[in-house]
Design a protein around this ligand. Sequence first.
Ligand code: NAG
Ligand code: NAG
Ligand code: NAG
Ligand code: NAG
Length: 634
Amino acid sequence: MENHLLFYILLALIPALETSDFLITPFRNIQKRSADDLIVNGIEIYSMKIDSKVTSRFAHNVITSRAVNRANVSKEVVFDVDLPKTAFITNFSMTIDGVTYPGTIKEKEVAKKQYEKAVSRGQTAGLIRASGRKTEKFTVSVNIAAASKVTFELTYEELLKRSFGKYEMLIKVKPKQLINHFEIQANIFEPQGISELEAQGSFITNDLSQVIKKSFSGKKGHVSFKPTIDQQRTCANCSTSLLDGDFTIKYDVKRDSPGDLQIVNGYFVHFFAPTNLPNFPKNVVFVIDISGSMSGIGIQQTREALLKILEDIREDDYFNFILFGSDVHIWTDTLVKATAENLKKAKDFVRAIDTRGMTNLHGGLMKGIEMLTTAFETNSVPKRSASIIILLTDGQPNVGVSDPQEIQANVKKAIQGRYPLYNLAFGYGIDYNFLEKMALENKGVARRIYPDSDSAIQMEGFYEEVANPMLTEVELNYPENAISDLTQNNFKHYYDGSEIVVAGRITDNDLNSLTADVKAQGAENDVTFSEQADVEETAKALQEQEYIFGDYIERLWAYLTIQQLLEKRTVAQGEEKENLTAEALELSLKYKFVTPLTSMVVTKPEDNEDKTAIADKPVEGTDIFSFTLLREFK
Ligand SMILES: *[C@@H]1O[C@H](CO)[C@@H](O)[C@H](O)[C@H]1NC(C)=O
Ligand SMILES: *[C@@H]1O[C@H](CO)[C@@H](O)[C@H](O)[C@H]1NC(C)=O
Ligand SMILES: *[C@@H]1O[C@H](CO)[C@@H](O)[C@H](O)[C@H]1NC(C)=O
Ligand SMILES: *[C@@H]1O[C@H](CO)[C@@H](O)[C@H](O)[C@H]1NC(C)=O
């Protein structure tokens, strides 16, 4: 009897002690398992949990990692995670032997001064972090005494984007060692109802696939992944971890109406994604860099991508190719319809594309714009059609007009807001900032294409996102006297499988219901949509749910507003830029987002400011290798 009692007490103590594999081992599979392979370099990470709450596409993620120093001397513990580029860190804290050191968010300059002061005393170490294709690295290291414990807790938030008909959440998994308690938990709450939910891991083998648990019903969805230590091993006897790669959750919601309006605590969000619309015929001009530097993998993968794109082009679409090296070459004088015969000719042309000369980007781009403009003036393309220009380049303009500012000005003047310009930046020898500015100024976006074996897939992937325009000139309106602080509400195109999101603040406290009116041009005629939400009812419906983290619409609004201010700031100059910066900074500080204008500072209270760690968000565009300044905790 007494023995039993002791046994129960021990078990009860285990969670309270946050204890590690040492105590638990005897109760588990004992077969030649030692706790030794859980300890790497004296450090045992005994628990790592990724807890994700998604409310209406807005994700709030907390990564908690707990480690103990099993060595008899002090050791360094590194907390090293990859976050999606689109995410903002909102909180970070370290708890060492029960004492918590919270992070605070400060203006970048203020944080940097604090950091530099420490550097000048020779007591700091700066770590460089490289960002991956879709992720950024966050690293913090701390020295802890023998037998000490440390808990790292990182929070980040992001608005999940819909593409190809699904919202996607990416969780990078790379614990680098076996972890006694490893767990991913995602809870999704969608007021419209969940229509599908998938979860997969790039590292997951057949054996492990049943460890992923997923379920959804009504408005709620749940995904969990909790592999045991043995399931984490790369082989039965290995002490290395299989967990290394992307864990992806994808889902979509039910769409009974074209949009959904939600209101909570004085903020509203409008999700707009109509389905079953007739396709718009489109006009696509591909402006392709064939300068010498594109030779080899660049041009080869470009040809491959273009051939694949030609397979998917629809018969009522019009297209053309403009190639630029030192000179500008056009395939045909005017846009051609994608008939079977023309497609065959186009494929022959694409197969023969080769590199030559330098980079006359201005000449190529201006030719493409002129061709579209002429096509409309001469009625050689349908009046109701959506036009896009896709530029692919890998280098700096150096023939013809080569001054980036002059190119930007000429391009903007020639496009006059009529066609979105998408700039694909191939490789690293590029002024990404210039391409981004030029795209944003012309209602498009810039994307990087990473030179790799899958470059062609990246290019096609981008094309597919914009391949199906369903509406053009989309304008979303709300009663002006009842709202303020509206995010962007005009969109050049709405593409199939994507979603338009608009948020704002409600200024009329007595408002009973909110109406959204959407106007757009459809393939056949002008269309309108209307959406209405009852303020009290939606608030009630949302507040009942335990899934929701309070003021998610307000944070979603702040997230969108900051993203859009930062984008506008990229293009702006002088006082306007200063104003946009000030506004974005104020919101970043108020809502505690680590944006390119703020840094997270962590200081041990009993120490002086030398003992400071700061974390920055790298800016895409300076270069692929962005800096972050991190102070090593000693
Ligand atoms: C610390 O551990 C090492 C290796 O396990 C051992 O050789 C050494 O004697 C230990 N030192 C103390 C002070 O316990
Ligand atoms: C940040 O995280 C710490 C530790 O969990 C918590 O105490 C603190 O309240 C959080 N801060 C914010 C602003 O959420
Ligand atoms: C695993 O390790 C045990 C003990 O060291 C050994 O006997 C066995 O052969 C190993 N198995 C494999 C598949 O390597
Ligand atoms: C910048 O902000 C100031 C103060 O709010 C305002 O007076 C000024 O007109 C703004 N300038 C621009 C270019 O927006």
